[in-house]
Ligand binder design. Structure first.
Ligand SMILES: [Zn+2]
Length: 251
């Protein structure tokens, strides 16, 4: 299914700087251009992701957060949040779930975008990073049911945060997506956002690969470039409209 749905707001949750750019930056940029508020939440700052001799984790954190901020600007995100969990050791603990519930209850996104925690194998030359799986699992568990349950993590009410159930979850997939978002108008933003992660571009410019992947995803779907998702609708259209109607709207 091709979709032209644009949410009012979206929060993307990922493990590392550059994960969002690879998986869903074209979609987020498209939504941002249409006026959506976009929040990016990075569980780690990718602090073991620079292998240069003499590189420290503290210095790598600085470099990668600066790159992530530049990329967020290119995507059109209104904020980027760094949870600063240790890179390479991310675990989907209850503590991490609570941190993500806090962000969801604060930003109150219509859509949460995250990865697929069940992906382990990807082709013959890669095993999905354990941090990717942990971030995706924690994000899904925070989104549903936790964020919407007033009596779970109720202490967050002390911070003025109340329960929030997002309308939809967009899960980024690597193969066989069910919902396709055309990113013809934002493929260049996706490429440029990836280029902002200069410390990670050790294999050369990402543009040819990104265009090749996005074109392959779009093949046969009346679009030039696409990103693919599995979509879960937690709140149906009528319920969402009733719960989130603006005071001056009549239903
Ligand atoms: Zn990653």
């Amino acid at each position: 299914m091709n979709t032209t749905y644009i949410p009012e707001s979206a929060m993307a949750i990922a493990a590392h700087p550059d994960d969002i750019e690879y998986s869903c930056a074209g979609t987020l940029a498209r939504w941002a251009k249409a006026g959506a508020r976009i929040s990016l939440v990075l569980c780690t700052s990718g602090d073991v992701g620079i292998a240069d001799p003499g590189m420290t984790r503290a210095r790598a954190t600085e470099i990668r957060e600066a790159e992530a901020r530049a990329a967020a600007e290119i995507i059109g995100a209104s904020e980027i949040i760094f949870l600063r969990e240790p890179d390479g050791m991310l675990v989907a603990t209850l503590e991490l779930r609570k941190k993500l519930v806090r962000e969801i209850r604060r930003f109150r996104p219509e859509v949460v975008v995250t990865g697929d925690p069940t992906i382990v194998w990807a082709g013959k030359d890669y095993i999905n990073h354990p941090d990717h799986r942990a971030a995706a699992l924690a994000a899904l568990d925070a989104t549903f049911p936790a964020a919407g349950q007033p009596n779970l993590f109720e202490e967050l009410a002390d911070e003025g945060l109340t329960a929030h159930k997002p309308r939809k979850v967009y899960v980024t997939v690597w193969e066989a997506g069910e919902v396709f978002v055309a990113i013809d108008e934002t493929i260049q933003n996706k490429v440029d956002a990836l280029r902002a992660h200069a410390s990670q571009m050790t294999n050369g410019d990402p543009e040819p690969m990104i265009r090749e992947w996005a074109a392959a995803t779009a093949a046969g779907k009346e679009m030039g470039y696409a990103e693919a998702f599995r979509v879960v609708t937690l709140e149906d259209d009528d319920t969402w409209a009733k719960l989130h109607a603006k005071p001056d709207e009549t239903l």
